[in-house]
Design a protein around this ligand. Structure first.
Ligand SMILES: Nc1ncnc2c1ncn2[C@@H]1O[C@H](COP(=O)(O)OP(=O)(O)O)[C@@H](O)[C@H]1O
Ligand SMILES: [Mg+2]
Length: 250
């Protein structure tokens, strides 16, 4: 297991948003985390990436407990995510948006880049090439020089994915990447997610679009009111009476 969460719990002022959730994600697989709104999916993501501390339980990455690591340290270890609400720099070009993700791994910080310290030129060229490669990978090669804010919603989602990929993560977490996308865009996104797995990356996916989840996921974990109610293959989940009652049946 590349990622393992054990008894993960988060309490907000008396409300238990995530309650003793345990699951593992096998290297090179796509695991989906599904459940109704308010089930605790984003909170689980936040505890895995370090944005929120766990009240109880552990998050282990490649066998190491990382509860005490702040988000940037977890990112350096290879954990990246996209957000439920798109976070891009609208006035910057698509390419520049992806290049932002490079700074972490080229070793040149934003400050030294701003001061144009020696070494930055070469780094910037490398960053530009790597960013372009990821844009082409997600199918946005011809959009590279457009302002990110002018891209369609589906393209902005793909842009965020390119930015996560450029830092060469081992584990990527996608929080509702198909939200707001039309059928064709969702299809393209599904293709891209499968292509990311082909690169050997591991994916944890939160998604409401069940067609996409059933198509791409190797395994699914279902949570409801913060509690894990089922885990299994898409086929098993589709036929699980408890899951149908709690979520799929609606
Ligand atoms: N920062 C917070 N403070 C208080 N309550 C929160 C906070 N974040 C999330 N919650 C609550 O935790 C529960 C789970 O939320 P969330 O993880 O966003 O669910 P999901 O992503 O599955 O829709 C919800 O009841 C939500 O209102
Ligand atoms: Mg959420």
């Amino acid at each position: 297991m590349i990622l393992e969460v054990k008894d993960l719990t988060k309490t907000f002022q008396g409300l238990t948003a995530v309650n003793q959730v345990s699951f593992g994600v096998e290297k090179g697989k796509i695991k989906a985390l599904i459940g109704p709104n308010g089930a605790g999916k984003t909170t689980t993501f936040n505890m895995i990436t370090g944005l929120t501390g766990a009240t109880h339980g552990t998050v282990s990455f490649k066998g190491e407990v990382i509860n005490a690591c702040p988000p940037h340290v977890r990112a350096k270890k290879g954990i990246f995510r996209t957000f439920q609400n798109i976070r891009i720099f609208a006035e910057m070009t698509a390419l520049e948006n992806v290049m932002v993700g490079c700074h972490l791994s080229t070793g040149t910080g934003l400050l030294s880049a701003a001061l144009r310290l020696p070494g930055c030129r070469a780094d910037e060229k490398l960053a530009r090439e790597r960013a372009m490669r990821e844009l082409v990978f997600v199918g946005l090669g011809d959009r590279a020089h457009l302002p990110a804010g002018s891209l369609a919603m589906g393209e902005q989602r793909l842009l965020e994915i390119a930015r996560a990929l450029v830092s060469e993560p081992e584990l990527v977490l996608f929080d509702e990447p198909a939200a707001g996308l039309n059928g064709k865009e969702t299809e393209q996104l599904g293709e891209d997610i499968l292509k990311i797995r082909e690169r050997g990356l591991t994916i944890l996916l939160v998604e409401h679009d069940m067609r996409m989840v059933m198509r791409v996921a190797d395994e699914i974990v279902v949570i409801c009111y913060g509690t894990k109610i089922a885990q299994g293959t898409p086929e098993e989940i589709r036929n699980n009476p408890e899951v149908i009652t709690a979520y799929l049946g609606k």
